[in-house]
Ligand binder design. Sequence first.
Ligand SMILES: O=c1ccn([C@@H]2O[C@H](COP(=O)(O)OP(=O)(O)O[C@H]3O[C@H](CO)[C@@H](O)[C@H](O)[C@H]3O)[C@@H](O)[C@H]2O)c(=O)[nH]1
Ligand SMILES: [Mn+2]
Length: 563
Amino acid sequence: MANPIALPLYEKIPRKNTLQRLFDILIFFLLLSLLIYRFLFLKNHGLTWLLAFLCESWFTFTWALVISTKWNPVDYKTHPDRLLQRVPELPSVDMFVTTADPVLEPPIITVNTVLSLLAIDYPAHKLACYVSDDGCSPITYYSLVEASKFAKLWVPFCKKYNIHVRAPFRYFSSNPQTFGGSSSDFQQEWKRMKDEYERLSHKIEDAVQKSVPSDFTGDFAEFSNTERKNHPAIIKVIWENKTSLLDELSHLVYISREKRPNHPHHYKAGAMNVLARVSGLMTNAPYMLNVDCDMFVNNPKTALHAMCPLLDSKSENKIAFSQFPQVFYGGLKDDPYGNQLVVLFKYMGHGLAGLQGPFYGGTGCFHSRKVIYGLSPDDVDSVNEKMANNILSNFGSSKELIKSGANALKGKTDPPSNLSNSIQASYQVSGSGYEYGTNWGTKVGWKYGSTVEDVHTGLMIHKRGWRSALLSPNPPAFLGCAPSGGPSAATQQKRWATGLLEILFSKSCPIFATLFGELQFRQCLAYLWILMWGLRFIPELCYAALPAYCLITNSHFLPKLIF
Ligand SMILES: O=c1ccn([C@@H]2O[C@H](COP(=O)(O)OP(=O)(O)O[C@H]3O[C@H](CO)[C@@H](O)[C@H](O)[C@H]3O)[C@@H](O)[C@H]2O)c(=O)[nH]1
Ligand SMILES: [Mn+2]
């Protein structure tokens, strides 16, 4: 048998795509010949011919970007089984869940995501789950407190019977025999778990109906007199794993950062930066997973898969993040609105994986804390005091955060002995004015300035020369909700289109990142393809309107066939 130490933790396997390339090139040549033909006869025709020429030039250009991106697709094959043999001490992971609105994102959904995270196959004392609530909702907090009680039964049950789907709402919607077994012990425990989960759901439902707790006493006192966009920070350690035991529940922390009407809060990016800072003070894990509240873990080995490229010695200094594709459940058949992102991840994503790496997709992604703090790949092995001080010079006024930041950059783990020791500092770094005059949102952390903070942040990471990995394990690592269509899909796509254009027309533009940074040329083309997404409607609408226009004006834009 081969020495496990010598075996790689992951492999990049090129996909065979000769036929696909042939078709892609053929289409490209057909487009080019059409353009040449149009150009040669431009003088003999009117406006319609010119418009068609311009639209087709655009289509040819975008097709060239697509071909370049898809040319060398690769699949990542990860070997989580080898991980423990090669890396005896798994690193800690801080897991972030963001939620913003208890009505649009019902707490039961967030609770399921949190439960699925707490139950993953990873040493429990190495995990901490932080929930950021931009809705400042006592109901969300109450739901999490109740969920942590249920988790004490749910997590051991999942691990004992090796349950595959660890989000209870999803698990209990399937037949018990499918996952888990048929022994009478199992059947009994399954029944008990189901009853307990139903009790939890009812409690949460009641809380939503009656806005429990209405008196805001005791644990809920901090929520009294709060408005969603005007309230002080609220941080609560819901559960602390005090014994550092493997089979105890992981830490669970609730954070609602301070919001004030005159202070910009920078939406999700702002929330992520608060999460990075508070977790830096509390657990300071070298890796951070972030998920949207509606994206539960669907494969319990997810964290082990993600660690393979991040910890493999050949890539340790190069791969900044492991991204899992967004996969959705319950979506419309054949994805008529295109919001299940199949093309983006299945085709373009794997093509990107063969270049510098996939875009950061905002959820289902494991980041390295050092990279988020601003470290460059060349400096990883040589972080000295001066460099750390330089990076941390605009980290804000919290001395505790600067100390923990220096440790993170130097690769030291230094979690404080208990979480409550860092509560006071955590309140300080969650304040709405903490970031003034600092590098947060510019050089450090999640980037501000675009509503698509994920692509923006990923682009800035690639610009520094980092790579990223796209992992598509089977079953998919995470499953999420996509809007089913109608106005919500339109609003989402409008937000994406605007946010992508904000990046294109800013100093973060990928062309500058290639000219003045380390963004590879073909990676730059791929970024251009996605960032220009919001402009595509112009030539597409125009081209679609041409036939009707020609019919009305009795002109033509297609060559006449002469037999
Ligand atoms: O002020 C805000 C706004 C949003 N969120 C959270 O951010 C996540 C994504 O927001 P959502 O409204 O669901 O946007 P989507 O368009 O569905 O999200 C996709 O697009 C976003 C922007 O590119 C990415 O951040 C997401 O990860 C990606 O799933 C959710 O968990 C929200 O709760 C906040 O925490 N604070
Ligand atoms: Mn969403």
